[in-house]
Design a protein around this ligand. Sequence first.
Ligand SMILES: Nc1ncnc2c1ncn2[C@@H]1O[C@H](COP(=O)(O)OP(=O)(O)OP(=O)(O)O)[C@@H](O)[C@H]1O
Ligand SMILES: [Mg+2]
Length: 227
Amino acid sequence: MLKVDRIHVRIGGVEILRGVSLDVERGEIVGLVGPNGAGKTTTLKTVMGFHRPERGGVYVDGLDVTRMPPYTRVKYGVSYMPEDLRVFPWLTAEENIRLAVLLSGKMDRYREVLEKIYNVLPEIRRFSDRQGYYLSGGEKRMVALARVLAVEPKYALLDELFEGLAPAIVERLMKALKEIAGEGVGILVAESNVILASKLCTRIYYIERGEIIASGTPQEVLAKITV
Ligand SMILES: Nc1ncnc2c1ncn2[C@@H]1O[C@H](COP(=O)(O)OP(=O)(O)OP(=O)(O)O)[C@@H](O)[C@H]1O
Ligand SMILES: [Mg+2]
């Protein structure tokens, strides 16, 4: 289980997260949903180790990783797709993936890892030789998602995966995420659209101004936030 326990995060003197708790089991897709500026990205960054909470902790399968740097958390199975994707423009789609495998120290398993990625995201084969610069928004997101999978994570943190995408590609990515979860990866998605999140997630945490104000099944959360 990936567990976030009552974290408080302060940035530049302002308390951005105020006692955020959540958990994700392997194999489930959990949503962190809330309006712009609510603290979704800050939560994901804190789980990954880019912010240090002043109180509370982050645990991966019972191991306290709160004081560990991001690269150590990757070794323990946590992977992160940032909001701005960071797909390298002058590397091809496949080189972007290869770099992630290289950095995670799994080059001896490269063919196997790549095969696994192409199984869930076969479309990447079509543009594997194209540089990031020339990829469409949807293609870029597939590459960013592939890079998350390249480290063979236990838990994947995905920030606004669906932003700006047409409905057909959103459906396509949702199907891919369900397959990835089916292989035992626990997925936490930050998403501002509660309807989208309801279609994808088994459980949702609703965050507002740095606090979780509702959690439960999509139906439970929708009922709580619309009253
Ligand atoms: N480095 C920073 N310096 C100052 N304020 C910050 C910093 N990072 C985040 N914040 C503030 O923290 C709050 C939460 O930001 P965060 O990016 O976590 O929100 P979000 O829920 O991801 O929003 P969005 O849906 O717009 O991505 C915002 O008010 C933001 O301005
Ligand atoms: Mg954000």
